[in-house]
Design a protein around this ligand. Structure first.
Ligand SMILES: CCCCCCCC/C=C\CCCCCCCC(=O)SCCNC(=O)CCNC(=O)[C@H](O)C(C)(C)COP(=O)(O)OP(=O)(O)OC[C@H]1O[C@@H](n2cnc3c(N)ncnc32)[C@H](O)[C@@H]1OP(=O)(O)O
Length: 218
């Protein structure tokens, strides 16, 4: 499979995309609540059994028509880019913990409220989830700075346990060396600095070849 598969140009207007966001966003949000309720429920057994039947009915309804491939990245003529399946920020992905990434003065930042579904050690966020957030925000900072790449190396230093609840993640590009972008980032909670990371994002060879032929994709 090529690195460029899953990138797709689409003809939808901004209004159509907004209408889709209004349709799918609330579904994602409801399923996210369902995930939390599934982990946290202490309901009576008959309620669990009934809930399971309802969930299976909802899944069958949604599954009655499927896309032929995962969402990928869709590019519109006006430059809008959608990665709605993305595991960290996808609008259609209920396991995606981050909502919006803001970019200001070279700093990417985002907030998430990590509930019980993200637990690792008791009461703390799973270390893999911390790395997941960092990977995305560092990659986003590189992308936003116009020097995107695939994660080649991600080094995380876990300074203290990240308590479940609100977290803030930030990142910025530190330097660029040829096709490699070095980005750095942090995770904070009310307890202070919990994790730091450095990532090396490499513009893949086949994209480099394409860019050399056609100019950098917008
Ligand atoms: C149509 C546009 C497409 C744009 C593409 C960018 C998309 C980003 C867009 C939006 C970002 C949004 C945010 C995303 C965040 C989440 C990202 C993820 O989850 S990514 C999934 C996990 N990562 C992988 O699956 C990578 C798997 N590995 C590979 O594909 C290759 O190994 C790759 C691309 C990392 C390198 O392969 P080579 O063939 O392009 O690289 P060579 O030509 O050998 O080396 C180039 C330079 O990079 C260094 N390098 C190579 N691999 C490295 C590595 N793993 N770590 C550090 N440096 C590495 C080399 O030493 C060399 O350095 P010297 O130029 O000589 O200084």
């Amino acid at each position: 499979m090529s690195m460029l598969d899953g990138h797709e140009a689409e003809r939808k207007t901004r209004e159509q995309i907004e209408a889709e966001a209004e349709l799918f966003g609330p579904l994602t949000s409801s399923v996210r609540s369902l995930i939390d309720a599934t982990v946290m429920t202490d309901a009576a057994p008959e309620h669990i059994v009934r809930a399971r039947a309802l969930v299976e009915e909802a899944a069958a309804l949604l599954d009655s028509r499927r896309m032929s491939a995962p969402f990928g990245t869709k590019w519109s003529a006006d430059g809008t880019r959608r990665s709605w399946g993305n595991a960290v920020i996808g609008l259609r992905n209920p396991i995606a913990p981050l909502l919006e990434v803001a970019y200001e003065d070279g700093l990417a930042s985002a907030e998430a409220d990590l509930g019980a579904a993200y637990e690792g050690p008791p009461g703390l966020v799973h270390g893999g989830v911390v790395a997941l957030l960092l990977d995305q925000i560092l990659g986003g900072a590189a992308d936003h700075a116009g020097v995107p790449g695939m994660t080649g190396t991600l080094t995380v230093r876990y300074r203290k346990g990240t308590r479940l609840g609100p977290v803030r993640v930030t990142a910025r590009v530190d330097r660029v060396e040829g096709v490699k972008t070095f980005a750095v980032g942090r995770v904070h909670t009310a307890d202070g600095l919990c994790a730091e990371a450095e990532g090396i994002f490499v513009l893949p060879r086949e994209v480099r070849d394409m860019v050399a032929e056609m100019g950098r994709p917008q």
